[in-house]
Design a protein around this ligand. Sequence first.
Ligand code: PXP
Length: 397
Amino acid sequence: MPLHFEYHVPVRESGIDPVLLENRGVRLLKLLGITSHVSIVFMDDREMASFNLRYRKRKAATNVLSFPADPRGVGIPPELAPDDLGDILVSAETAARETRREGKPLNDRLTELIIHGLCHLLGHDHERSEEEARRIWLMEQDLFRQVQFSGRHTMLHLAVNVDHVATVRQARGTSEPDPVIAASICELAGAAGIVVHLREDRRHIQDRDVEILRRTVKTRLNLEMAATREMVDIALRIRPDMVTLVPEKRRELTTEGGLNVTGGRKKIGGVVEQLNGGKIPVSLFIDPDAQQIKAAGEIGATFVELHTGRYCDAPTRDEQEREFDLIRRSAADARAAGLRVNAGHGLDYRNTPRIAALDAIEELSIGHAIISRAVYVGLDQAVREMLALIRPPFAGT
Ligand code: PXP
């Protein structure tokens, strides 16, 4: 774990809850996309005052101090960041005084100070300008809200898309490797669902695969498909546990963008109605966009699957931040609108933990990265490694 906690004060007597703070700390690193090492040290006022005097020439103790490990400072993208991001020193004594004054729980105040310290390590500086101070304050409030009720109400699920097992099979037109067997291995390794995309051109998954999978999948079978009459008939006959409607273009390498629900409300709404009539819950694969979410709710979708492709493919750190922010807000908005929320596309072993830290998301749909890794380490291990990344490291809280 890239997070090290040190307590120079008696934990129980000070009222510090180390499990809660460490759990929140791990979630914060994920939300901020930090993979390098961070140390957080809790101390008393005397020790804090000595650091404050030595490094800032100030005589009294303060609540929090951050020491970036890299003298170039800050704002460096994670791929260039040193293994060690830096240290955060927190005075538990000052925090306790502040909580008494403000009437809030000590561990919430300590969490706020950790967030503040992390923002400094990442190069945000509230002393540079009023505008920046306000932006940082808003960001800190937002981060606090996300970790305050640390932990999700339900465990995040992993659904594995086995299309690319069929892609390899179709390359030779034989019967191996079989996506049906692959699906069983994924389930045995802990996947909570299996996803297959039956494309109009049948380039990978075949009708026979979906038919057998319907009988063999023990978890949940999610059939991805275009909103066409042919596919609706197949879905109503085979009865998957759910359907995810996706846009489909003949020439695309993979699903390129989200569904245009606002523009195709009548057609998509009709398909949702037919599938709902057959008691098949429907998910709409959409871009993280407020209008699309609103339309998805209005036409009776049960789920939305937020398209994570732009976040995964973002060429710069800034763009990735913008895309992450859109996904984060869209997930919360969709949930607030009564929709259940899944996410997927382009997720891999590096970019997934941050998305997995978003409480509003119930399930991730991941294919290419897992099947690719399976070539090297085996499918069972590839699934287990992904599960280890998306499941919280601590039980409870
Ligand atoms: N979700 C949807 C709707 C998809 O179309 C795909 C790709 O088939 C995925 C998730 C999985 O994407 P990837 O293979 O990049 O993990």
